[in-house]
Design a protein around this ligand. Sequence first.
Ligand SMILES: *[C@@H]1O[C@H](CO)[C@@H](O)[C@H](O)[C@H]1NC(C)=O
Ligand SMILES: *[C@@H]1O[C@H](CO)[C@@H](O)[C@H](O)[C@H]1NC(C)=O
Ligand SMILES: *[C@@H]1O[C@H](CO)[C@@H](O)[C@H](O)[C@H]1NC(C)=O
Ligand SMILES: *[C@@H]1O[C@H](CO)[C@@H](O)[C@H](O)[C@H]1NC(C)=O
Ligand SMILES: *[C@@H]1O[C@H](CO)[C@@H](O)[C@H](O)[C@H]1NC(C)=O
Ligand SMILES: *[C@@H]1O[C@H](CO)[C@@H](O)[C@H](O)[C@H]1NC(C)=O
Ligand SMILES: *[C@@H]1O[C@H](CO)[C@@H](O)[C@H](O)[C@H]1NC(C)=O
Ligand SMILES: [Cu+2]
Length: 609
Amino acid sequence: MLSSRWLACAALLCSPTLAAIVVEDFRVGWVRANPDGKFERPAIGVNGAWPVPQITATVGDRLILNVHNDLGNASTSLHFHGFFQNGTNHRDGAVGVTQCPIPPGESFTYDIDFVQAGTYWYHSHNHGQYMDGLRGAIVVHDPAGPYEGEYEDEIVLSVSDWYHGTISEMLPAFINVENPTGAEPVPQAALLNDTQNLQVLVQPGKTYLVRLVNIGGFASHYVWFEGHTMLIVEVDGVWTEPAEASMVYITPAQRYSFLITTKNDTSANFAIVASMDEELFDVIPDNQNSNVTGWLVYDDAKLLPAAALVGNFDDAHDDFELVPIDAQPLLDTVDHSFSLDVKMDNLGDGANYAFFNNKTYMMPKVPSLYTALTVGSGNNTSPIVYGSHTNTHVLRHNDVIELVLNNYDDGRHPFHLHGHNFQVVRRSDEDAGPYVQAIDEEFASATEDNDDDDLPAVPMRRDTVFVEGNGHFVIRFRADNPGVWLFHCHIEWHMDQGLVTTFIEAPAELLAAPRQTIPENHLAVCRAAGMPIAGNAAGNTEDVFNLKGENAPPKLLPEGFTAKGYVALFFSTVSALLGMAVISWYGLLDPNAKETDGEHEPLIHDDDE
Ligand SMILES: *[C@@H]1O[C@H](CO)[C@@H](O)[C@H](O)[C@H]1NC(C)=O
Ligand SMILES: *[C@@H]1O[C@H](CO)[C@@H](O)[C@H](O)[C@H]1NC(C)=O
Ligand SMILES: *[C@@H]1O[C@H](CO)[C@@H](O)[C@H](O)[C@H]1NC(C)=O
Ligand SMILES: *[C@@H]1O[C@H](CO)[C@@H](O)[C@H](O)[C@H]1NC(C)=O
Ligand SMILES: *[C@@H]1O[C@H](CO)[C@@H](O)[C@H](O)[C@H]1NC(C)=O
Ligand SMILES: *[C@@H]1O[C@H](CO)[C@@H](O)[C@H](O)[C@H]1NC(C)=O
Ligand SMILES: *[C@@H]1O[C@H](CO)[C@@H](O)[C@H](O)[C@H]1NC(C)=O
Ligand SMILES: [Cu+2]
């Protein structure tokens, strides 16, 4: 069993110079689970069990993971979140980007070198599937880490949201003409380590390193330990200067490690609380409890106290303040700056979609990495070959990239970049207008003298960061990892609505020696899935600039329909007679009718009318 052998490594039986190579089989299949004690449902387990195993390793270890798809009725994949996969882009696990989906009955090998220490996680990267349970924590120890010796033991804790429905039931109802506002399904429960009433046995007078991972698909959580202070030391695999916190805010896909020192006596036990941020929940059902409680148990003969109610969440730590311990300075000479505008809107099938710069993502027919490797040098540097609906940005090797993300939606969204972590140089609940103007002027004046005085000298770095509703953030990173990397919202519902962009990083270098080759068993799953492995986004190998037949989103709403008017119309008609509803649906498109070429800009309306 993976965990037992690797836990032995955790106890430092594996010296850093004697790296372990572990070969494991993950048989991915349906099992039954009832983690909130209220409803048993099918969940995706590994080797017949759910929760899925935690992966524990030491820097220098290597895991050869053979994934077998035993689901019978769904394809799958695994992404190792936060790992840069430098030189091994094809192991990044993103379906349609770096691999084909693994069809039922097929196998696929991931081969992971653990070069980064810290707290990570793995999950299916295939159509919201990980919310069915295929997600678990990864811990990579570093015997030379900066906090080694400052704690005696560690505690790994996941938080997540949990639904009673499966994705295959919920997704079609979510992206649907009958849900024109795009209201996301609200989770039925919150879980701490995939359960409720978790008891964490602790000893008095000890310091623990707590590794917290949000493996959920929608809800962010506020997390606190009653009577104990957290000393944050890691975010998303980046060690930080110690920062005190009484409460943290953790979005899906984020991680925190913090030190907790226990009391000197065992006279009481203390509640651990995770409380889902309800801001994004459109409707909160009556029987829904957004909180989950566990306990730091000093003495199991004593009471497990109910969690005290907290009046507000103002004490949640602001991650923007964190300072990486490696003191990597601000990337102050930007080579390429661009913005991504986030918007949610309806398309012609009446359903609600998500857009970056007016484009909603559609998966290409050929995984973008395979396109990059097969259309030829010179051609793979053109964004066109990757398709009209992949939101492709081509990045030049080693450029310092600045991304300004403007959120024109009123909810928070957590954005994740594959293949990197990034400096978070600005975050605000206001519009980025003045900042963008300053950038334009700076480029116009063509000087190297950046006006970065108000940016942090050593910015916080992580791989997943949230933007405030109607706010913006600015992130920077160096394009030093040739490959195809997604940048997307980590709310699975929004990803499925198309809030995804593709970065084609250093495509020329990707073809240069040592050229990445795709293992035969990766190509075999494409053949089994009936997917092409070469050519442009449409699978055209003859004329890579011809995208005829590419996957495309539904057309725009018909002329004269505004989203707001459409939504009002919808609600007035659902309350009216069915016959009348049919009349007002006149003008909507057949949801199955896909457009194959032409312009796809959604209507952007003046919502104030
Ligand atoms: C696949 O099987 C699971 C478990 O039986 C079931 O819950 C799920 O709805 C099925 N999915 C589809 C798409 O039929
Ligand atoms: C949480 O679950 C993981 C994986 O199953 C396990 O390794 C860990 O010990 C659990 N944590 C606690 C505090 O029980
Ligand atoms: C526990 O005892 C030690 C040694 O007496 C003391 O330094 C420390 O402050 C105490 N810790 C707490 C949480 O009371
Ligand atoms: C969940 O916890 C929050 C914070 O303490 C509290 O405001 C809310 O009332 C709790 N909800 C329930 C259902 O107990
Ligand atoms: C999106 O469309 C609107 C309305 O057509 C336009 O004003 C805006 O500039 C577009 N945004 C981008 C980034 O193209
Ligand atoms: C990837 O590897 C190259 C070559 O060693 C290195 O220069 C670069 O910084 C690495 N990038 C990342 C994101 O690890
Ligand atoms: C680039 O694409 C064109 C059109 O498909 C093709 O003729 C040419 O051979 C390609 N270049 C390379 C280097 O493969
Ligand atoms: Cu989102």
